[in-house]
Design a protein around this ligand. Structure first.
Ligand SMILES: [Cu+2]
Length: 187
């Protein structure tokens, strides 16, 4: 049989448990808000893990992005690196040649203002910011041609800023690469 006192005890227990859960849920919400705040402030105030910089003023004169080093290069491990720059209003090289079914690293930067680099039919879509190097992995499944427009308004000649990516068969690329250190498909 339940009595008045039993009811009282039950209510007290229920209230205690409810209070515990209420405190716990407030703590969880507080923890999540704290985490979001910390991550937000941390990202805004700390430099990112791997930011690579370049000097747009000396880009053509020395370092990785001198003209003779632009284009497609085969690395010692068989992977391929493509180096390119964007400037008002073209890409150098204007035509990039790469092999199919090969891991490719695209490294690009800008010599003047912010440009965009988009390779149609792929998920490659990045900004070329003067002073910074964009580094992206790509892999093309099959030979073919892709247009590569500048997708960031960069001035009066923006709509004419187009490049091309020519993906060739692996064997055909190996033949091309045997003859030259840096490859492009600019005629
Ligand atoms: Cu542009």
């Amino acid at each position: 049989m339940t009595t008045e006192t039993d009811h009282g005890v039950g209510e007290a227990v229920a209230a205690r448990i409810e209070r515990r859960w209420a405190i716990l849920s407030i703590v969880i919400v507080g923890l999540l808000v704290g985490m979001a705040t910390f991550i937000g402030i941390h990202q805004a105030t700390m430099p990112q893990g791997r930011v690579e910089t370049s000097d747009p003023k000396t880009l053509h004169l020395s370092g990785e992005f001198v003209e003779s080093n632009l284009g497609t290069a085969v690395e010692a491990d068989g992977s391929v690196t493509v180096r390119a720059i964007g400037q008002q209003y073209s890409f150098t090289p204007q035509c990039i040649v790469v092999p199919a079914e090969t891991p490719i690293t695209l490294r690009a930067t800008s010599a003047d203002v912010v440009h965009g680099l988009l390779i149609e039919g792929t998920n490659i879509n990045t900004m070329l910011v003067p002073g910074y190097v964009a580094d992206l992995p790509i892999r093309f499944k099959a030979p073919g041609e892709h247009v590569m427009p500048c997708q960031e308004f960069c001035g009066i000649g923006h709509q004419g800023m187009w490049g091309k990516v020519k993906v060739v068969d692996k064997a055909a690329f190996a033949k091309l690469a045997a003859a030259r250190r840096r490859l492009t498909c600019v005629d």
